[in-house]
Structure formats: structure tokens, C-alpha cells
Design a protein around this ligand. Structure first.
Ligand code: UN1
Length: 507
């Protein structure tokens, strides 16, 4: 059978990563590469009916895993991190083939997995609870964190493996089992990750089967996960539309939702900004990953005193940014994920023009070389004001540029969108920097100074407010979402005093 070079490379990588050949053909779900639109595999998809058996298996695994001491659970996560280290080049390249991000970013994504494994390993010895002073004599009061149960993890195409790892590394260290539904656009990197995890389990020795199960499929399997009573938590990363479908299902059965949804991330440039740094940060945040990060920069507010200068510099930088095959060295912007993404980008640019916007770039390129793939020049759009279009997240490399008079006005505009994920200010004025980070400043979950809104490290909690969904994944104390807290009162006296001094006695 003839395989295109991209498909042949994917087949080689999948084999190297331990994915069995028979899983890659004969199914109804086609996996494509956005690099040239070539079909990479056809996978068998699960249906909603498969979820019940998987949930039972996850529950069995959980019952065993929850009693394994946490530092030993951390050992499995450590081994997984080491397997990822050994396979970083192959998995990173597969991320590039399947999601279209440049190789540097594919490798960076695997590094993010390794980093969170290290973090979770340390955490496995630090699942700390508090002890409180009891008001009753001879009593102790304390809290303890226990494993929660099987966790559902739904992830998006744009970070096909890192976001899974944020959730899974923490969940596994915390004593939970995981059922993972990757985007139907990126099932191959998920299969490879599962194979690498199986490798780590083998080295570990006695991990229960079913600690990590993969669900391949679309919307209906995601909904079935949200509906299943054995899953006390579902963590979902993706569009606000997806979150609006999942959240009510969880609310209905009073389960926990950990949501990381759309962003509409802004940057404010103040007159004192270091513009060399700012332009580089803008390029990475707005054009990098072809604008397909949930943290991508989409709105830029430039002080009127520096507007002309900034715009000139940006136009120059945008005109020369290398767009092309993400496997090739030197490329900084790869393809959009698919035709639908291209169409929604073009529709947004059309609307921007109709609303009086001046559009620079944004056109399709390389169509001759890649007729079935969608490469675009990143677009810079000067907008007279923040219209409804600008307030809406379009998952593409479009940067809307607007003017502001002073920081307070800029922050007001910045916050006047439904989303609240990531934000940034460029200033060398301490007062402005601190104001932006203050209670009256940015209303986002991520608030950066002299650094773009994207590219967060794993050590901090990741997520945002408003329509972004309020969840926090990754570092800091995000682990608490994957555990249940018990509060224990221990009476070591021979009396039975009641709290609040209540007397309740028959004699
Ligand atoms: C996402 O796009 O869903 O901060 C995650 C960043 C990355 C993660 C993005 N570390 O841009």
C-alpha cells in the first residue's frame, strides 16, 4: 500500500512508541495530518454504550490504587516521566504530525508532560492536610485528603497530550484512576501516550489494570462520561460550547466539574513598555501555534502615544514570519487544524472588515503545495473599537489591535469580554504593573507582567474565570480537585463534651 511521506513517518513513530499496528486500520474514525491533509489511520471508535464497562473497570482499578501509599503511586508517575523522557523526540514529532504545531512546540509539549510528572512525584509526598485546634478538651481536629474516584478527562486537539498529563499525573498521584477522551482530531498521540503509560506500568510491576483507559470517539462519548455516576469528577478542556454541554450533565448529578474553556486573551502596552520585548512576546503569543492555544493573544490595547510605532513594527514582523511545514526547521507558524478552522477565520476577517477594521495578512498560503491543508498568514486587524466580533473567541491567528488613552480605560476594555483566562501588561512602571495585578486590575486567572499571556509553566495553577469555566489544573494546589477532604474529630478523653457548649443530657 502506498503511504504518503507524512503517513509513513507517522506509522514509523507509532511503531516506535509501541502502538500496535492492528489498532490503526479498519475503523470508522479517520485521523488526518493538518500538514498536508493526508489520512494517517482509521481507528475503531467507542460508543456511549462502551462507557459503562470502562467505568466499572476504572472503579475496580481505583479500589486497589487508593490503598497504595501515595509515594508509591508517585513512583509510577516517576517511571511514566522517564518513559516520556526517553521517547520525547518521537512523541514530540507525532504531536507535530497530528496537531500541526512546529517541532519545537511539539517537543515543548512533551516536556510539559515530563515536568508535571516531576511535580506530581514530589506532590505524592506532600498531600498535606491541616490540624486545627479543637474547642473541646481531649479532642483533636484534623483534615485528611483521600483519593476521589475514577476521573474523566476530556482534552482538546491543540494540546493533545500535555493537558492530559496535567490531569493524569495529579490524579494518579492522588490515587484516582483515569478515563481519557482525547479530541477526535488527535487520537494517535493519545494512543501513543497510552502505550508509553503501559510501558511505565510494566516497569512498576503491580499497578492494577485499567488505571488509564482511552475512549476514542466524539461528542456522545464525552457526554456519556459526564453522565456516568461512577465518575465523581470530569475535567474538560476545550471550547466554551463544549463546556456548556458537559457542565449541566455534571450539575444534574451533582458531580464535580473542572473546566478550562475558551479564552480571549489581551495584552496592554503602556507608554513605558520595552517594545523590543513586547513585539517578540506578541509574535509568539498571537501567531505562534497558529493562534490555536487557549492562551493565544487575541486582543492588543496600545497606548495612543506609541500606537503608530508599534503598528509599524508589528506589520513588519508579521509580514516576514515564516509560515510553512512545521517539520521544517525555521518554520514558526504551521497549519490550522482543518478546513473548518480556516473557514471560521475567514468569516471573522470578513466581519472585521464590515465593522470598519483594517486587515493586514490573514490570507491562505501554500495552497498549491498543500491543496488539502490550510496554511494562513497570521492576521493583524486594526479595529476602531471592541465590537461583538472581538469579544468572541475565534480559534485562529487573528490579533485585533485597539488604542487606549490610559491604563484604567484599557483595563476596563480588557475585562469587558465574557472570557477570563490569560492577560498581560507591558510596562516598566511599577505602579502600572501592580495595578494590573491588583483586585481592580485584570479579571483573568493568569495575569502576567512583561511576558505574554501564553506559555505558562506547570508550577502555577492554570485556568480562568467567567466563561473560561473557573477550573484550575496543573500546579499549585490544583491537586485538591482530584481528592476528597475528610474532617475528623478524635475524642481521646473519657467525656463527651458537645461543640458550642450544648448540654444534651437526661440526668
Ligand atoms: C491550552 O491551550 O489549552 O500556557 C493549554 C500555555 C500552555 C498550555 C496551553 N502551557 O500556553
Amino acid at each position: 500500500m502506498f503511504l504518503s511521506p507524512i503517513a509513513a513517518q507517522a506509522a514509523r513513530l507509532l511503531q516506535e512508541l509501541g502502538v500496535e499496528q492492528h489498532m490503526l486500520s479498519g475503523g470508522e474514525l479517520a485521523a488526518y495530518s493538518p500538514i498536508d491533509g493526508t489520512q494517517l489511520a482509521r481507528l475503531r471508535a467507542h460508543t456511549a454504550d462502551d462507557i459503562a464497562a470502562m467505568a466499572d473497570r476504572a472503579q475496580q482499578a481505583f479500589i486497589v490504587w487508593r490503598t497504595v501509599p501515595a509515594p508509591k503511586r508517585g513512583e509510577l508517575v516517576r517511571l511514566f516521566g522517564n518513559v516520556l523522557r526517553a521517547h520525547k523526540p518521537a512523541l514530540g514529532a507525532l504531536v507535530t504530525l497530528e496537531a500541526g504545531k512546529i517541532l519545537q512546540e511539539g517537543l515543548g509539549e512533551v516536556q510539559e508532560m515530563i515536568d508535571i510528572c516531576d511535580f506530581a512525584l514530589g506532590l505524592s509526598r506532600q498531600l498535606y492536610g491541616l490540624t486545627m485546634a479543637s474547642e473541646r478538651p481531649g479532642h483533636g481536629l484534623r483534615e485528611t485528603w483521600h483519593p476521589l474516584g475514577p476521573v474523566g478527562v476530556i482534552t482538546a486537539f491543540n494540546f493533545p497530550v500535555a493537558v492530559f498529563a496535567w490531569n493524569a499525573a495529579l490524579a494518579l498521584a492522588c490515587g484516582d484512576s483515569v478515563i481519557w477522551k482525547p479530541s477526535e482530531k488527535t487520537p494517535l498521540t493519545a494512543l501513543a501516550t497510552q502505550a508509553l503509560f503501559a510501558h511505565a506500568c510494566k516497569e512498576f510491576g503491580d499497578a492494577p489494570g485499567g488505571l488509564l483507559q482511552l475512549v476514542i470517539g466524539g461528542r456522545e462519548v464525552g457526554q456519556a462520561l459526564a453522565n456516568h455516576s461512577l465518575l465523581p469528577l470530569v475535567s474538560a478542556t476545550g471550547s466554551t460550547r463544549m463546556g456548556r454541554e458537559i457542565a449541566p450533565l455534571l450539575a444534574k448529578r451533582l458531580a464535580r466539574a473542572l473546566l478550562e474553556l475558551g479564552g480571549n486573551n489581551g495584552m496592554i502596552l503602556c507608554p513605558s513598555a520595552d517594545l523590543d520585548l513586547a513585539v517578540r512576546a506578541i509574535l509568539f503569543a498571537a501567531a505562534g501555534t497558529a493562534g490555536q492555544r487557549c492562551t493565544s493573544l487575541r486582543r492588543l490595547f496600545v497606548h495612543e502615544a506609541i500606537y503608530g510605532n508599534v503598528l509599524e513594527r508589528l506589520k513588519r514582523a508579521y509580514a516576514s514570519i515564516p509560515v510553512g511545514n512545521p517539520l521544517e526547521e525555521g518554520t514558526l507558524v504551521g497549519p490550522l487544524i482543518d478546513r473548518a478552522a480556516y473557514q471560521s477565520m475567514q468569516a471573522a476577517l470578513q466581519q472585521a472588515k464590515e465593522a470598519g477594521g483594517a486587515v493586514h495578512g490573514g490570507e491562505r498560503v501554500l495552497a498549491d503545495r498543500y491543496p488539502d491543508a490550510y496554511y494562513v498568514r497570521p492576521a493583524l486587524v486594526e479595529m476602531p473599537q471592541q465590537t461583538e466580533l472581538v469579544r468572541h473567541e475565534t480559534f485562529a491567528p487573528i490579533l485585533y489591535v485597539m488604542r487606549h488613552r490610559d491604563l484604567e480605560q484599557a483595563v476596563r476594555l480588557h475585562n469587558d469580554v465574557p472570557q477570563g483566562l490569560a492577560s498581560s501588561v507591558f510596562t516598566t512602571d511599577l505602579r502600572e504593573a501592580e495595578f494590573f495585578c491588583s483586585a481592580a486590575g485584570s479579571d483573568c486567572g493568569i495575569v502576567n507582567v512583561n511576558a505574554g499571556p501564553s506559555g505558562a509553566e506547570i508550577g502555577g495553577a492554570f485556568g480562568g474565570e467567567k466563561e473560561t469555566g473557573g477550573g484550575r489544573e496543573s500546579g499549585s494546589d490544583a491537586w485538591k480537585a482530584y481528592m476528597r477532604r475528610i474532617t475528623s474529630t478524635i475524642n481521646y478523653s473519657s467525656e463527651l463534651p458537645l461543640a458550642q457548649g450544648i448540654v444534651f443530657s437526661a440526668d
